[in-house]
Design a protein around this ligand. Structure first.
Ligand SMILES: *Cc1c(COP(=O)(O)O)cnc(C)c1O
Ligand SMILES: [Zn+2]
Length: 424
């Protein structure tokens, strides 16, 4: 179903220039430092649209040109066992994944399933070009599953080590083309996807610059605030590109504008996985730019992290309206979490709460433990812990999973012309 897109505008977070809702605009036209565009919705007050399914019930606050048939939403619950353990009586978990007892049904098991439908729905059905997405795993699984179900063409580029994370509870449709970069990491996959997306017949997902991606992820905070009836004081998440952290901050502003949920600015607590912590390092050094250092060192560090989804080498940190600005604006903090601490936190969550969570969610949980230990969170504060992915082991037990065969395996040196030829 097509949808009237006049319900929102795009606004540059640096110069304030405004643009009408265009499905593919990713940046401001003015010549200035890099800056994110943000959405401004006509309706300051959110109305739930029960005629639509899943996250499209929040269509008032999504930059979309159509509505898709999807199910699955984030769910927010009062986390009593973990809250007791941490001495936080007002700890809430927003859980993104599969947990049948709590009616959590994101069947690809992560909050990338909030991003994918919005990015797809931002382009009208008649657009006729193929979306190109790079992924370290969860994004790819979400897009491949959704595009397969809705039969929307997709070109997905992943590093070879992520191949095992492209699975689905349903068989994949041949409209999904999967390219595996054999000797590359996530950033190499991003570079190849970017090249393909500039060619005829393709268009880019846009990463953190795509407002649809961020407003989809921001639904975690919208869902939590509607459930609690108030904006939380603290928000805790593990970050790689930073999109989810920025999205939470943006959703917070929108919720303040709604007027029903209080004027709080949530303090954002964002975490990365040691030894690959470029945003933590920059923030702790008081820098508004990140320094990745040599490619070889970055790659060696990435190879040692448990939470591969957090290893983006080009995060939206320094860009205006990005992670640095969110941290400054909210008095936020960043945390470095070791593999060991993440693993222990994963076990702690599972033993107390009763559902498996992925390493990135372990990183977030461990960061919450650090924040409490450092007295950054007062006992009576309302805390929102984003479990960005959980229940994957449970899905594997409950379903037969289909894996995806690569359409094409390439090296970092394969000429683009050969890749395009093979795709055609
Ligand atoms: C992508 C991802 C993250 C990090 O998301 P950002 O884009 O950096 O906000 C965290 N956890 C999981 C499970 C993810 O898939
Ligand atoms: Zn601008």
């Amino acid at each position: 179903m097509d949808f009237d897109s006049s319900h929102y505008l795009l606004q540059c977070s640096l110069c304030g220039a405004e643009y009408a809702a265009e499905p593919l605009r990713l940046e401001c036209d003015m010549l200035h430092a890099p800056a994110l565009l943000k959405t401004v919705y006509r309706k300051p007050r959110l109305e739930i649209n029960r005629a639509f399914s899943g996250i499209f019930q929040f269509s008032d606050w999504l930059p979309i040109a159509r509505v898709l048939e999807v199910s699955g939403q984030p769910i927010t619950y009062h986390s009593v066992p973990l809250g007791d353990y941490l001495g936080l009586p007002h700890l809430y978990v927003v859980f993104n994944g599969y947990w049948p007892q709590r009616e959590a049904g994101l069947m690809t098991g992560s909050f990338k399933e909030l991003e994918a439908p919005c990015v797809l729905a931002r382009v009208p059905e008649s657009y006729g070009k193929t979306l190109v997405i790079a992924s370290a795993g969860n994004t790819g699984r979400a897009f491949a599953t959704l595009c397969s179900k809705l039969q929307i063409p997709l070109c997905l580029v992943i590093p070879e080590q992520s191949l095992s994370s492209i699975w689905s509870t349903e068989p994949f449709h041949p409209c999904i083309k999967l390219i595996v970069v054999q000797d590359g990491d996530y950033t190499d996959a991003i570079a190849l996807a970017s090249q393909i997306s500039q060619r005829d017949g393709f268009f880019p997902g846009g990463g953190a610059a795509n407002v649809a991606r961020r407003d989809g992820m921001g639904l975690t905070v919208v869902d939590a605030t509607l459930t609690l009836g108030q904006i939380p004081h603290h928000y805790v998440q593990a970050v790689g590109s930073g999109s989810g952290g920025i999205a939470a901050w943006e959703a917070n502003r929108r919720l303040i504008g709604d007027g029903r949920f209080g004027p709080h600015r949530m303090q954002v607590h964002l975490a990365q996985n040691v030894p690959f912590t470029p945003m933590v390092d920059a923030w702790k050094a008081g820098m508004d730019q990140i320094d990745i250092g040599s490619e070889a060192i970055a790659k060696a560090r990435i190879g040692q992290t448990a939470a591969m989804v957090l290893t983006n080498r080009n995060p939206a940190y320094a860009i205006a309206g990005g992670v640095y600005d969110a941290l400054v604006d909210t008095g936020g903090h960043m945390y470095a979490v070791t593999n060991n601490a993440a693993r222990q936190a994963q076990h702690l969550f599972e033993s107390l709460e009763g559902m498996d969570i992925c390493p990135a969610s372990g990183v977030a949980t461990a960061a919450l433990i650090q924040a409490v230990t450092m007295n950054r969170i007062a006992k009576d504060d309302v805390v929102l812990l984003n479990i960005t992915s959980g229940g994957i082991r449970q899905i594997q037990q409950d379903y037969h999973l289909h894996e995806m065969e690569p359409t094409l395996a390439v090296s970092r040196h394969t000429p683009l012309s050969a890749i395009l030829k093979a795709l055609a």
